[in-house]
Design a protein. Structure first.
Length: 171
């Protein structure tokens, strides 16, 4: 809560009215949800789109800070005391983190690694398959994939790729 107004009523209990950040500035919640969605979208984008999304996050973070400051500036803390400063300050600190993350994505986001091609929508052969090499279930789970040299690591990516394609490696 950002403010508490107490109205004294003779012969009755006092009437307490609390004001939250969302009640003071309704768009704080909307901007926070946009920032959350934008942070998730940074993982799924690459290149120029990621840099543009970083710029959008900078604007959202600045908007959140402005909303917190202007929302708190117009309220009398009443009986909320120091609690009326803690939550707006936390909102400003969170918006500063959003701005820093957005600036980082806008400046260096095109150099960050992107999600692998397995998360793209198109059905393409495995990126590990060589041209002319069969990609069916018999190759993915064949007896030659179970035989490994002593001390070497078993590579199960082909079996998982077969499952992703919908092939049944047990047949």
């Amino acid at each position: 809560m950002w403010a508490v107004a107490v109205t004294e009523r003779p012969g009755l209990t006092d009437l307490r009215e609390t004001t939250t950040g969302a009640a003071a500035q309704g768009w704080i919640v909307a901007l926070a949800l946009v920032a959350l969605a934008g942070a998730g979208a940074l993982l799924a984008t690459r290149g120029g789109v990621r840099r543009g999304l970083g710029g959008l996050l900078v604007l959202v973070g600045v908007g959140l800070a402005v909303a917190a400051v202007t929302g708190r500036a117009g309220l009398d803390p009443g009986e909320a005391g120091t609690g009326s400063i803690v939550w707006p300050a936390a909102c400003v600190a969170g918006s500063a983190l959003i701005v820093l993350g957005g600036l980082s994505a806008a400046r260096r986001g095109h150099h960050w690694p992107a999600m692998g091609s397995r998360y793209e929508r198109t059905k393409s052969p495995s990126p590990h398959a060589r041209p002319g090499e069969p990609t069916g279930p018999s190759h993915a789970a064949g007896p030659e994939s179970d035989v490994t040299a002593p001390g070497s690591r078993v590579d199960t990516r082909a079996a998982w790729d077969a499952l992703d394609r919908g092939d049944d490696p047990t047949t």
